[in-house]
Structure formats: C-alpha cells, structure tokens
Write a protein that binds this ligand. Structure first.
Ligand SMILES: *[C@@H]1O[C@H](CO)[C@@H](O)[C@H](O)[C@H]1NC(C)=O
Ligand SMILES: *[C@@H]1O[C@H](CO)[C@@H](O)[C@H](O)[C@H]1NC(C)=O
Ligand SMILES: *[C@@H]1O[C@H](CO)[C@@H](O)[C@H](O)[C@H]1NC(C)=O
Length: 409
C-alpha cells in the first residue's frame, strides 16, 4: 500500500483534515496534545487526575466563525504595552517574589512568529514572579540578526522587539537558522548541556500564566509553586523525565532523561514527534507527571493592554482584586475562543493581520510558510509510521518496547 494511503487513514483516525490546523495555530512552537499527554500518564494518575478528556474531533463541516465581530481586540494594534514603551513597567505583587531560592530556574520560550503573543507570555511569567534574568527567549524566527538590528517592522510575522525584551530584563538566544519543532527541542537540550543545567523549564509562546490569587489563605504565586515542584523533583528517587504544568504548555525537563533516550527524533519534525518522544521515555521507565501550580491558558489572541497583568498602582500587595477576577474571566474567554475556533481559520485570524514586511530581510510568504509546515507535518507522520510500523500515539499501550523502532514491518 503506498504510504500516502496509510497516511490518510492515520489522519482520519486522528480526527480529519481539520485536525491539522490544531497543531498549526500559533507557530512551530505551538504543539498542544492534551490527549497525547494523557495517554502517557500512568493509569493511577489518569483515574484521579483532573485532566479534561482528550479533545474532541471538530466537525468536518464546521461553518467558518464570524470574524469581524467588532471586538477591539481583533483590531491591529502595534503597541500592546504602552507603559513599557513609556519606560514605566509596573511593579509585580511582592507576594510573587521568591526570596532565598538558590535553585536556578531557566525558562526557555521558543519564538518563531507573532511577537504580540510572545510578549504577552513573557510578561505573564514576569508578573507571576519568574525572575527576568531566568527567562530566555529562543529566537527561532530564522531571520538571523535582523531583529537584533531592528530591521523588521511590526507587521512582519517574524518581528521581535529585542529592545523591549532587554528592557524587561529578559535575554534572547538565537537559533542559527529556522529549526523545526523537534530540532528546537533538541536545541533546548543542547543549550542546557552547554550551560551545565541538569534541568530547565520550557514554555509555549501562546500561553498566559496566572497565579491562583483567589486562594488567599494559602497563597503561593505560580513561580513559587514551580520552584517547589523543582525542589521536590530534585529530591525524588524516581526517574522523573518531565513535569507537565497543564499539558506541556509549561514543562520541566530532566536533561539526563533526554540524553538517556537519545533526545527528540529530528527526522519527525512536527506532529507525532512528541508521541515518539514521550513513548520512548515511558518505555524506558522515565516518569511523566502532571503538576498544578496555577493557571496556564492556551490563547490565540492578546490582551488589549498587557498592563492588566500587573497589579494596579497602590494595590501591589492585594490579592483577588477585581482586576484579577476580570482578567481571569477574560483569559478563560480567550482560551475558549481559541479552542472553539480550532480547525477553522478563525483561530489564526489575528495572526493573518500580521501579514506585512514584504521585502524585509529573510521575508517569506506567510501562507507559503504555513503550507510548507503542513507538508513536513505530513511527511513526519509518514515517517513515524515507517519507524514503528504503527501510526498512532498509544505505542506503550499497544505493547511496543524500547528499541523496537525500525524492527517491524
Ligand atoms: C520596541 O521597544 C522599545 C522599548 O520599549 C520601544 O521604545 C520601541 O518603540 C519598540 N519598537 C517598536 C517598533 O514598537
Ligand atoms: C475572590 O473574589 C471572588 C470574586 O469577587 C469571590 O467570589 C471570592 O469569594 C473571593 N475569594 C476570596 C478567598 O476572598
Ligand atoms: C521498566 O520496568 C519494568 C518493571 O519494573 C521492567 O520489567 C523493565 O525491564 C524496565 N524497562 C527498562 C527499559 O528499563
């Protein structure tokens, strides 16, 4: 049977052609597979975990969502953090600052396109207490030093404001050229090895994190919770590989585990490479655990003004304010909107607005860029099937053992 036939079947099994768009939403770095992570959790966890059921297949004939609803958030906005532009970045809640922590907590956030989502994610981590010196944006835009030199304009999808990140205290590390999702993951691992880190955190760029301020009695900021998880993990005798904070939207990675199984298979560039990786870890008895220290929202749009992520002036130490509760509702709405629009172009609607920059260094046709990623996603799916002689994520449940790749079929 020609591989294309097999491949079509695999796609059908996974929810139809629209499913493809799910993994395409933000950028290369957006790679959300709640069902997959759930499949790789031990049964004991699954039965008692709060994870929602695997995502349902979107109906194949879903009508296109209404796009122009007059929502001001949907309008093009060149500046979404005017206070930063004015040099007045607000103060974070002092309760979110962790003192006397001697553990490093490097957080890598991969960026390929959509500066506005990236800035929003970064700012949300800073407001949740993540020290800016520990946040590293991995610039995988593939435009070499163009962003460093300020050569791209904000309507260019690959635009990133270096000056702004520096102003926020966040550093930027460039990949040498545009990397696929799997290559970027291995870049993270290699970077950790170079820096002599035994572990690191990585986050999707299309998320917003929020501490549980309504828990006023036992309040712990999201960053403090992440440090606790890390400290406990380092004390564990078990072979832990990954800690998933809300699926893999934020993940703590044990470098030793990554090295032990030979890291990500870069020949499966996007989709299914996570199935391959998580299954191989599982087969070698490394653990993958869900943890919960706060909200991690998966979003495809941005807030009108990022200042709302910070406490209002004069209310810095207060918890559970109206601002917080309104923000939480808004983020829930944004996440729902993204999930409901999954599979349709609505999900990428905002992104389509950032469609300029033609003629600037390393510019590529954005639609062509997306089609090309689609192409490689398809090829990766075929390769996964060749590798395991099986086309789905539940390799472990189906009895596949470590080292059995390339031995069947
Ligand atoms: C980039 O950020 C800097 C620092 O906040 C700001 O002054 C500048 O206007 C921004 N550039 C653009 C093109 O928005
Ligand atoms: C936090 O605020 C919400 C909304 O105002 C309220 O319903 C809730 O009771 C508050 N929680 C605490 C612990 O004060
Ligand atoms: C994983 O653990 C099981 C049960 O303890 C053991 O039988 C198996 O050999 C281990 N597999 C590997 C690859 O270490």
């Amino acid at each position: 049977m020609p591989p294309i036939t097999l491949n079509r079947r695999a796609i059908l099994a996974l929810g139809g052609a629209f499913f493809l768009f799910l993994i395409l939403s933000g950028a290369i770095t957006n790679h959300v597979r709640p069902d997959l992570i759930q499949n790789h959790l031990p049964d004991s966890w699954r039965s008692k975990s709060n994870l929602p059921p695997p995502q349902q297949d979107p109906p194949a004939a879903a009508p296109p969502p209404k796009l122009d609803n007059g929502d001001p958030r949907q309008k093009w906005q060149e500046e979404i953090f005017p206070l930063a532009k004015a040099g007045k970045v607000p103060k974070i809640n002092p309760k979110n600052i962790v003192k006397d922590n001697n553990l490093k907590t490097p957080l890598l956030i991969g960026f390929t396109r959509n500066w506005y989502l990236l800035e929003q994610a970064v700012v949300s981590y800073l407001a949740a207490g993540w020290p800016s010196s520990q946040v590293i944006v991995i610039d995988n835009s593939g435009v070499m030093d163009s962003n460093l030199r300020g050569l791209l304009t904000p309507k260019n999808p690959w635009y990133l404001n270096h000056t702004r990140l520096t102003q926020l205290g966040v550093s930027v590390k460039r990949t040498p050229t545009l990397l696929s999702f799997a290559q970027l993951q291995n870049f993270f691992i290699n970077y950790a090895i170079e820096q002599d880190w035994g572990y690191y955190f990585w986050s999707h760029m299309d998320v917003v994190v929020l501490s549980k301020e309504y828990d006023t009695k036992n309040y712990k900021g999201l960053y403090e919770g992440a440090v606790d998880i890390l400290r406990n993990a380092l004390d564990e005798r078990r072979h832990w590989a990954l800690k998933f904070f809300a699926y893999d939207w934020l993940t703590l990675v044990n470098v030793e585990a990554m090295k032990d199984i030979g890291a990500w298979d870069t020949q499966i560039p996007y989709y299914m490479t996570d199935c391959d990786m998580y299954a191989r870890l599982n087969m070698k008895n490394w653990t993958l655990d869900p943890v919960d220290v706060g909200h991690v929202y998966d979003v495809g749009s941005h807030l009108k003004d990022l200042a709302v992520l910070y406490p209002a002036e004069g209310q810095e130490s207060e918890l559970n304010t109206t601002r917080f509760n309104d923000l939480k509702i808004e983020l829930e709405r944004m996440m729902k909107e993204k999930q409901e629009n999954k599979g349709a172009s609505g999900r990428n609607y905002w992104q389509a607005r950032q469609d300029g920059g033609q003629g600037e260094p390393f510019w590529r046709n954005p639609k062509g860029f997306e089609r090309a990623i689609n192409f490689w996603i398809e090829k990766g799916r075929e390769l996964f099937r060749l590798k395991w002689d099986y086309g789905d994520c539940d390799l472990v449940q189906k009895g596949y053992k470590y080292g059995e790749e390339w031995t069947r079929g």
